[in-house]
Design a protein around this ligand. Sequence first.
Ligand code: F3S
Length: 283
Amino acid sequence: MEVITAKTAGFCFGVKRAVEKVYDQVNHGKKEIYTYGPIIHNEEVVSDLESKGVKVLESRKELEQLQSGTVIIRSHGVGKKIYQMIEEKGLELVDATCPYVRKIHRIVREKSEQGSQIIIIGNDTHPEVEGIKGWCVHPAIVVADRMQAEALKLPEGSKICVVSQTTFNYNKFKNLVEIIDKKGYDIDVINTICSATEERQLEAGELADKVDAMIVIGGKSSSNTQKLFEICKANCVNTYYIQTLDDLELYSLPPVNCVGITAGASTPNYLIKEVQKYVRNEL
Ligand code: F3S
């Protein structure tokens, strides 16, 4: 059986950088290390870090209660208030926000200071979007789908600046922007979708189109993995969404000639390798 693994499968630059920053702190013998939220959407990596003493702060309240230690901000980034809180409490800060997300923070801060209404195309409850909202001078509007784009109502001629969650699907973004663009606003669209996501989505779609079965590896709560799954499923009915090899063992792969593998941005390399070996019958 032929097994083709997407070149773009797995950790993107921002996630790799964030995970390395946490391990750096551990390797430097730092005590009391906390990440503000799980460093990535991957249970294996998070529990490995936990076994090395890295604790996850699950909420703002937990951060408020912290008296000492180092707080690592993950690649998704956070709003301005969290930085202020860490500083006021005298905690040490390690900022692992992906530089591409920091760029969005700068854009929305500047544009909202200049009087633009910020529209974020994305999922309102996603931590990255929460963080972006936290850099806008006035409350941002989040648009996740067609219905919300159509329902958007602002005074005619309003100055608006549209940005996107980095992991949003490019075609959906384009469609939503088209709807908003017809409303007669003074619109400034800044495509802030990360190219890592676009490339991974494109390659996954092309690969799914030419294989008989497709395996998508990633955490259940990882939005970029969910999107990869949607794209692959549309091109290949035999698409399987798994978190680890155990899940794949539950499905019985149909007898096929060619299997494609891709993985979300938070999927560590060793998991991809394990799945490759299993499919090739090398385990
Ligand atoms: Fe950054 Fe793009 Fe990854 S925004 S965290 S490099 S998906």
